[in-house]
Design a binder for this molecule. Structure first.
Ligand code: ADP
Ligand code: MG
Length: 420
């Protein structure tokens, strides 16, 4: 049982991370200084060239200096964005067209390695500057420049070497916590600070629950986590992290755990099949959809998660910009799309039409996981119109239909807490 005082204390401590926020803005100011410095150097270079005073060596040195400034500025942005995202708050760049590739798998380990390699880059530029200007560089400086550069290379190599096992370790930590204390494992990216405040309702360790999911022998073993899988999981935009291992197959009435074992292998993604999860609220549809999505990521597939309303918004934005076809084609890069909560909000004819386009486009081409609170036979209540039948037909053709029945897991947990 958690002590409310210690929890509050912990949350209060955790909230102090916001003290760091101004530091990042300070670094932004420093970036401004570098921009100023860059243009000052550039202006001097141009003036020297125009006046004919610039020798070849001078130009090379000046250009190297500019490169140096840019590299330090790159280093700064990496620390600003990566550090803020890891230690203060999520920026939520998922799906942003300019999301840097490294940000999706940034954590303190990755950041350290990136910094070390950036420093190596900067020190090579410095060393190069010394060699270019060798007549004005003392032997002493040259020797030490080389030694220090080698030391940077050595420490970067050691950090990079160590970050592999450390990342695997922190991933393993996740999976284990996924078994025992799902509430905390849910949102935390590898190696970064977990965000307990964001999901207090599930913070009760499962081991203390009388109906804690028994280790499910039928579940295929979780693949060894790797950094790429972690990157895909982070890029998928899951609202919380849920694992199949944390799903209690005893809870939904008459649930066939074989289905879980089969789908957990994520073979349906390679086969371009679909999964439709249907059931009343709180029966674990979103949990299963995310759990399957995580497995797909681990099996090497790129995944994107969004609610039906979010997909409708995304597609209608694309259509308004006249690039619906391009958007659908771009989504093919993701072999699995998850559409959560079909039916919670009714669609107008335009949104329904977009949905039809999505399902038709992906038919036999790529996979969808769809969750809904009503069976496919009642989807005309959501989509109306004549095309519903055609859409359902395509969706269900190569689909595994999973029915979840029974009481809401949320209220069950609430009532058992009351009983306690
Ligand atoms: P739905 O999407 O069907 O409304 P969710 O997947 O959001 O339901 O489930 C609600 C909460 O209950 C989540 O925290 C989920 O992890 C948990 N939950 C639901 N069913 C189960 C289950 N069978 N085993 C473990 N946790 C469950
Ligand atoms: Mg849900």
């Amino acid at each position: 049982m958690r002590n409310p005082t210690t929890t509050t204390l912990g949350y209060a401590l955790f909230a102090t991370r916001w003290l760091q926020a101004p530091l990042y803005f300070g670094l932004v100011a420093a970036q401004g200084v570098y921009v100023y410095k860059f243009f000052k150097e550039l202006w001097t270079l141009i003036r020297m060239c125009v006046s004919g005073h610039a020798t070849e060596t001078y130009v090379m040195l000046a250009v190297l200096k500019l490169v140096d400034v840019v590299m330090i500025a790159n280093l700064l942005i990496m620390v600003i964005v990566g550090g803020y995202e890891t230690f203060v708050s999520r920026i939520g760049l998922q799906g942003h067209r300019d999301q840097p590739e490294w940000l999706s798998h940034v954590n303190s380990n990755v950041l350290k390695v990136k910094l070390a390699t950036a420093i190596v880059g900067i020190s090579s530029v410095h060393l190069l500057q010394m060699f270019v200007d060798v007549h004005h560089t003392s032997h002493h400086a040259l020797l030490w420049g080389t030694v220090i550069h080698m030391a940077f290379i050595g420490s970067a190599a050691i950090l990079a070497y160590m970050s592999g096992p450390m990342a695997a370790q922190s991933d393993r930590g996740h999976t284990d916590r996924g078994h025992t204390d799902r509430g905390h494992a849910d949102r935390s990216p590898a190696g970064s600070v977990p965000a307990p405040a964001e999901q207090p309702e599930t913070s009760k360790p499962e081991t203390s629950s009388p109906k804690a999911p028994a280790a499910t022998p039928a579940l295929p073993r979780q693949p060894v986590p790797d950094a790429d899988a972690e990157a895909r999981i982070r890029a998928a935009g899951f609202p919380v992290r849920k694992l199949l291992e944390g799903f209690d197959p005893e809870h939904p009435r008459g649930f066939d755990r074989e289905v879980l074992a089969r789908l957990g292998k994520a073979e349906f993604v390679a086969a371009r099949g679909n999964v439709v999860l249907v059931g009343p609220p709180g029966t674990g549809k979103t949990h299963l959809a995310i759990g399957l999505g995580v497995r797909a990521c681990q099996a090497g597939h790129r995944v994107l998660f969004a609610t039906a309303a979010e997909w409708a918004a995304r597609l209608s934005e694309a259509r308004a910009a006249g690039r619906l076809d391009a958007e659908l084609a771009a989504l093919d890069e993701h072999p699995l799309l998850i559409v959560d909560e079909v039916g919670y909000t009714p669609f107008d004819a335009a949104a329904a039409g977009l949905f039809f386009r999505l399902v038709a486009h992906r038919y036999e081409r790529a996979s969808l996981i769809v969750t809904s609170d009503r069976p496919l036979g009642r989807w005309d209540e959501v989509f109306g119109g004549a095309s519903t039948a055609a859409m359902v037909d395509r969706l269900a053709h190569h689909a595994e239909l999973v029915r979840l029945d029974g009481d809401s897991y949320r209220t069950r947990r609430a009532t058992s807490a009351w009983a306690d």
